[in-house]
Design a protein around this ligand. Structure first.
Ligand code: GLP
Length: 263
């Protein structure tokens, strides 16, 4: 697992985007992005949009697959992940909306939505670069603690701590849905590369669990230790509980120039 420790949260966005652009440069223009909601990747998306506008990145032929969606929120509701991904990713990056996919969280289609989403990802050729945030309890997508490490896209119940974390977007916690549909950990692990971004002290424990383990369903993001191409981009606060923090900095600083981004 590659760990990149940045001096500031803003730098996490810049380095996260630079890492994604670096990987994308070696891929065909019809690459497939995996995209996450939440606050963590917003700075990364803003920087990716700047790279697109500057002509340094072209995702006009790319597809995107979101990780998850709330159950029972209409797709045009501003807090739906359909609308969030359109607003924060697809439009700023000038992506073709017809190729931007979000799981179907409508109650009437829930029993088949997971399999349909898995089929759509496969039909697109699989995810090339999966962008991830992480929950304070270590969830990725909405794979809460004790999710199967081999899980596929399905309905899940949100942990009380996740509902409390996400209540800041709603007018009250009572409005936060109890259920979601999320790519599974097995689905996420199928992505060819993973770039996880996290900032702030509230993520420090989760980042330590993801990077330094053990691999356990109690910290779902720890499964990334089994991924051959996972990069974790964090600021000093999110890195603060890593026992080998100085070692990761030295390893990254000692990489050959062509491989290293200037943190
Ligand atoms: C959300 C999303 C995750 C995200 C996480 C952290 O609810 N389902 O994909 O990574 O929780 O969110 P934030 O980045 O806002 O802290």
């Amino acid at each position: 697992m590659e760990v990149i420790i940045c001096p500031t949260p803003a730098r996490v966005g810049e380095i996260g985007a630079a890492k994604i652009a670096q990987i994308a440069a070696g891929l065909r223009s019809d690459l497939v992005l995996g995209v996450a909601t939440g606050s963590s990747p917003l700075a990364t998306y803003a920087e990716l949009a700047r790279l697109v506008d500057a002509g340094a990145l072209d995702v006009s032929n790319a597809s995107a697959f979101a990780l998850d969606e709330y159950v029972g929120i209409p797709v045009d509701h501003p807090l739906s992940y359909h609308d969030t991904i359109r607003r924060t990713v697809a439009e700023p990056l000038h992506m073709d909306l017809a190729r931007v996919h979000v799981p179907d969280g409508s109650v009437e289609h829930l029993s088949t939505a997971g399999q349909r989403y898995e089929d759509a990802i496969r039909a697109a050729g699989g995810v090339d670069i999966q962008i991830l945030g992480i929950g304070t309890n270590g969830h990725v997508g909405f794979n809460e603690p004790t999710s199967s490490l081999a899980s596929r896209t399905r309905m899940k119940t949100l942990a009380p701590s996740t509902r409390a974390d996400n209540a800041r977007f709603f007018s009250s916690i009572d409005e936060v849905p109890h259920h979601c549909i999320t790519q599974g950990l097995g689905t996420i692990m199928d992505a060819r590369s993973v770039v996880l971004v996290a900032t702030g002290a509230s993520k420090a424990q989760a980042i330590a669990a993801v990077v330094e383990g053990p691999v356990t369903a109690m910290w779902p993001g720890s499964i990334l230790q089994m991924h051959p191409h996972a990069t974790i981009v964090v600021d000093e606060d999110a890195a603060s509980a890593l026992s080998l923090k100085d070692y990761y900095k030295k390893v990254y600083a000692d990489l050959p120039d062509w491989q290293r981004l200037d943190v």
